[in-house]
Write a protein that binds this ligand. Structure first.
Ligand code: HEM
Length: 436
C-alpha cells in the first residue's frame, strides 16, 4: 500500500479543524481543495475525513471499488443514520440489497411515466392557490408540493392537509444538522434543540402511522404496498417499515423541493434564460404530460445547471471497509472519504466560468466530453439515487405547469445557504408571482 498520507489545513489540538468546518462548511471544503489538492485531510466534528475532488477518484470510490466502501454511520443511532435507520439511504449489506431490489420497480420504466398526471395535478393545485401579485416563500411552496407528490405517488395515500405539520417538523429535524459548535452535543443530551428534534421526529412518526392507516385494505404497486407485502411475508419488520417510510418522505421530497426553489430563484435573475424557458413551455398544447418530457430540453438544461451550482446533496460520504489507495494516498480501513459535489461542480478544470448560471453550457458535446463524476448530483454506482428519474420528471413537469401560468420575481434579494443534511436556503425565499 502507498505510504503517502493526505495533508490538510492545520488545526487545533483535540478539535482539529472542526470549528473552522462548523463555521463555514462550504468555504472550508473549497479552501481545503484549493490548498491541498484532489485528496485532502479534513476534520468534520472530530472525525478525520479524506476529501476527494478528482472525478476519477470519486468514480473509484463510488463505482469501481464500491464493494470496499459502505455508508458511514458517524456514531450509532446519531444523526441521519439514527433517523433513517435501515431505510435505503443509510442501510448497508444485505438489508440494503434486499430493499433496493424490492423497491426498484416503483422507480423505473412505465411506472415513472404513470406518476406524471399526479405530478401535474398537484402542481396545478399549487398554481390554483396562488393569485396575481402574491408574495410567497417559494421554498415552502415547493416543499409542500413535492411532499404531496411523493406521498400520493410512492406511498399511494394523501397528506390531507398535513403538509404544514410535516414541513414544520422536517424543518426542526433539519436544524439538528445545522453546522456549529452545538453539532458536537450528542443527541441524548436534553438541550432545547435536541428536545425539539425528538418531538418533531415523534410527530413525523405519528403522521407515518396515519398514512399507513389510510393505506389499509388498498392494493397497489406503490412503495408502501410493496413494503406492507414484505412485512406480511416477514421479510421486513415494523422498524424497517418505519425507517423506509421516513426515508421516502425525506429523501423523496426535500432535494426536489430545493432544486425547484433554486431554479425559480436563478431563472428570475436571468432574463434571457427566462425567455427561453417561457418559449419552451408555451409551445406545449396544454398542461404537460409524460409524452412531452422528452421535448422539454431547455428545461432539462436549466434543472441540470441549477443542480450544478446548488447541488441539494452537496457531499456524499463513504467509509473504507478494507485498506485502499486513492491517487497514490494511503486510505486505511475505517477511513471516511467525502466527495463534495459543491466543490467538484464548481471546478474550473471542468466548467468554464463556474460561478455563472448558464444552462446553454449543457450541449450534447459538452455532456459527452465532461469526465464522468465531474457532475454527480445523484451520486453514482450501486448506491446511486433511486429517485433520479422520478425527480427529473417531477422537476420538469412542475416547472412547465407553473411556468405556463406564472412568472416569478425575486423579493428576497440575497439567499444565504446553510448545509444541513442537504443544501438549504437559510430563511424564506420570497418571490412575487405574476399571472402571465
Ligand atoms: C433532485 C432530487 C434529488 C437529488 C439531488 C438526490 C440526490 C441523491 C444522492 C446524491 C444520493 C446518493 C447518496 C450517497 O451516495 O450517499 C441519493 C440516494 C437516494 N435517493 Fe435521491 N435525490 C433526489 C431525489 C430523490 C427522490 C425523488 C427520491 C424518492 C424517493 C430519492 C430517494 C433516494 C434514496 C432512497 C436513495 C438511497 C439509494 C440507495 O442507497 O440505494 N431521491 N439521492
Amino acid at each position: 500500500m502507498a505510504n503517502r498520507v493526505p495533508s490538510g489545513p492545520p488545526g487545533l489540538p483535540v478539535v482539529g479543524t472542526s470549528l473552522q468546518y462548523a463555521d463555514d462548511p462550504l468555504g472550508f471544503m473549497e479552501r481545503a481543495a484549493r490548498e491541498f489538492g484532489d485528496v485532502a485531510s479534513i476534520d468534520v466534528y472530530g472525525q478525520e475525513v479524506y476529501q476527494v475532488v478528482d472525478p476519477d477518484v470519486v468514480r473509484r470510490v463510488l463505482v469501481e471499488n464500491a464493494d470496499d466502501y459502505r455508508k458511514p454511520t458517524f456514531g450509532e443511532d446519531e444523526g441521519l443514520a439514527g433517523l433513517l435507520g435501515d431505510g435505503l439511504l443509510t442501510s448497508n449489506g444485505d438489508v440494503w440489497r434486499r430493499q433496493r431490489s424490492a423497491l426498484q420497480p416503483a422507480f423505473f420504466g412505465e411506472r415513472l411515466n404513470a406518476y406524471a398526471d399526479e405530478m401535474v395535478a398537484n402542481a396545478e393545485r399549487t398554481g390554483a392557490s396562488w393569485s396575481d401579485g402574491d408574495v410567497l416563500d417559494v421554498h415552502a411552496e415547493m416543499s409542500e408540493l413535492t411532499l404531496r407528490i411523493v406521498v400520493e405517488t410512492l406511498l399511494g395515500v394523501e397528506l390531507d392537509g398535513m403538509e404544514r405539520v410535516v414541513r414544520d417538523a422536517l424543518l426542526n429535524v433539519g436544524e439538528r444538522f445545522r453546522p456549529g459548535p452545538q453539532a458536537f452535543v450528542p443527541e441524548e443530551v436534553p438541550t432545547p434543540r435536541n428536545l425539539q428534534y425528538r418531538r418533531s421526529v415523534e410527530r413525523l412518526e405519528r403522521v407515518l402511522r396515519e398514512l399507513r392507516r389510510q393505506h389499509e385494505g388498498r392494493e397497489g404497486d406503490d412503495v408502501l404496498a410493496i413494503l406492507l407485502r414484505m412485512r406480511d411475508q416477514d421479510e421486513v419488520d415494523e422498524d424497517v417499515l418505519r425507517d423506509e417510510m421516513m426515508t421516502m418522505l425525506l429523501a423523496g421530497h426535500d432535494t426536489t423541493a430545493l432544486t425547484l426553489t433554486y431554479v425559480w430563484w436563478l431563472v428570475a435573475d436571468h432574463p434571457a434564460v427566462e425567455r427561453k424557458f417561457h418559449e419552451e413551455v408555451d409551445a406545449l398544447d396544454g398542461p404537460p404530460t409524460a409524452d412531452d418530457l422528452a421535448e422539454l430540453d431547455y428545461l432539462e438544461n436549466i434543472v441540470t445547471e441549477a443542480m450544478r451550482l446548488y447541488p441539494p446533496a452537496y457531499v456524499v460520504y463513504r467509509e473504507a471497509t478494507v485498506d485502499d489507495e486513492l491517487a497514490g494516498f494511503r486510505i486505511p480501513q475505517g477511513s471516511v472519504v467525502s466527495m463534495p459535489q459543491w466543490v467538484v461542480h464548481r471546478d474550473r478544470r471542468w466548467f468554464d466560468d463556474p460561478e455563472t448560471f448558464r444552462p446553454e453550457r449543457w450541449t450534447d458535446e459538452f455532456r459527452r466530453d465532461l469526465p464522468p463524476f465531474a457532475y454527480f448530483p445523484f451520486g453514482g454506482g450501486p448506491r446511486k439515487c433511486i429517485g433520479d428519474g422520478f425527480a427529473m420528471r417531477e422537476a420538469k413537469l412542475v416547472l412547465a405547469t407553473l411556468g405556463r401560468r406564472y412568472e416569478l420575481d425575486r423579493v428576497t434579494e440575497d439567499v444565504d445557504l446553510v448545509p444541513l443534511v442537504t443544501l438549504h436556503p437559510d430563511g424564506p425565499v420570497e418571490m412575487r408571482v405574476t399571472e402571465r
